[in-house]
Design a protein around this ligand. Structure first.
Ligand SMILES: [Zn+2]
Length: 387
């Protein structure tokens, strides 16, 4: 609300009307008022009218820290501490690694996502949370796991089809959740959102990812931005006619339905002339209809939004591991197979590689070096199991 007496009286009257109509009276003594700048001239009068207590920012509201500037570190630290407290490190060493994996997945889905959706997470907090999870997964305790990590955490945090264990990658999830706000603001499927017109503060890379990933199918043209959205066969005006876009004021670029003829107040240079002709050839047959504009996610076959998976597309697709996750074996067996697939079980060659003492020859046949392939496939004793 604006800090003036008139609005305070109106809010008080509204709350009283709401209480009379529904029977749910608001206890103003338990409410609080947080001035944003701290220098509101009518603050004393407003407090008198509303009868609230004054609480200075930052405050916690619905579990989220609120502040007009950057969130202070101690508020974010409380989230990191909450994650650490959810990991039962005191009994971690008694749990199987598969159980610890399930625990981490469930905790990561539940705790940090709520905060990441609203405020994002600073890099140090993401690193701290991942370090807690890494120590718990590999060591089963809140102690150093440096010598026990068989696979790097970025690999563990990939989806199953990309050779990982499906643990959430907090950095990529944070990025995907911010892109989701831009998608929801423009997506017409759930009707107009009341917050859609408010300024949305996101990082430049989030905007770039959204622009590169979304195409528009023009219907009535109300939601499509003529200058900046990709609506011309999956391309934007910037792709088709960059010289022409350079002549358009940045102030009017975010306006939907701004006719290209509006450019013509000045003379066009030679490059802009060629660009405008090219653009006109592409859009002359476009006509508006009664249906709403539609957004399509360029990287999914059905056009549905899926930013988190897209952010892993740079990883190598590993279809051969799919058979391991499809089996009916217990998770601890699948986890062993996953490690063996990456040659990361503690056979003699691995132990020697890490400077540990190990007898080179296979303990079973004593006729070849003990490696992962030999022990699980080539050894004559192993053959008896497979045959
Ligand atoms: Zn052998």
């Amino acid at each position: 609300m604006d800090p003036d007496v008139r609005e305070a009286r109106a809010i008080r009257a509204l709350l009283e009307l709401f209480g009379d109509a529904t029977g749910l009276s608001i206890n103003l003594g338990k409410c609080s008022l947080s001035p944003i700048s701290g220098k509101e001239p009518d603050l004393a009068n407003i407090i008198n009218i509303l009868g609230c207590q004054v609480v200075e920012l930052p405050i916690n509201y619905l579990g989220l820290p609120l502040h007009h500037g950057a969130i202070p570190r101690k508020y974010v630290q409380s989230l990191v501490d909450k994650v650490a407290a959810r990991l039962p490190t005191w009994r971690g060493s008694l749990m199987a690694r598969s159980g610890r994996l399930v625990w981490i997945k469930s905790m990561m889905t539940a705790v940090p996502i709520y905060t990441m959706m609203a405020n994002g997470l600073p890099t140090w907090a993401r690193d701290d949370i991942e370090a807690c999870c890494r120590r718990f997964f590999w060591a089963g305790a809140d102690a150093s796991s440096r010598s026990m990590c068989a696979v790097a955490w970025p690999v563990v945090a990939r989806p199953l089809e990309f050779g990982g264990l499906g643990v959430l990658d907090l950095r990529l999830m944070c990025l995907a959740l911010q892109v989701r706000w831009l998608w929801l603001r423009r997506c017409p499927e759930d009707g107009d959102r009341t917050w859609a017109g408010l300024p949305l503060k996101v990082a430049p890379e989030v905007h770039c990812l959204f622009q590169a990933s979304v195409t528009f199918v023009v219907g009535d043209g109300r939601r499509t931005l003529f200058w900046t959205d990709s609506w011309i066969n999956g391309k934007s005006v910037e792709d088709v006619a960059p010289a022409l876009l350079g002549m358009v004021s940045k102030r009017i670029r975010p306006s939907p339905r701004r006719c290209p003829m509006g450019v013509g107040s000045g003379s066009l240079g030679g490059g802009a002339h060629g660009s405008s002709d090219q653009l006109w050839d592409l859009i002359r047959d476009v006509s508006l209809s009664q249906s709403q504009d539609r957004l399509l996610w360029r990287w999914s076959p059905n056009g549905q939004f899926n930013a988190y998976r897209l952010l892993h597309e740079g990883s190598i697709h590993r279809p051969e591991i799919a058979i391991v996750w499809k089996t009916w074996a217990p998770l601890r067996v699948k986890l062993f197979l996953w490690l063996a697939w990456q040659r990361r079980i503690w056979t003699a060659d691995q132990r020697r590689r890490h400077g540990l003492e190990a007898r080179a020859a296979c303990y079973l046949c004593n006729s070849a070096d003990e490696t992962c392939d030999h022990l699980l496939i080539e050894c004559s004793f192993t053959h008896q199991v497979w045959d």
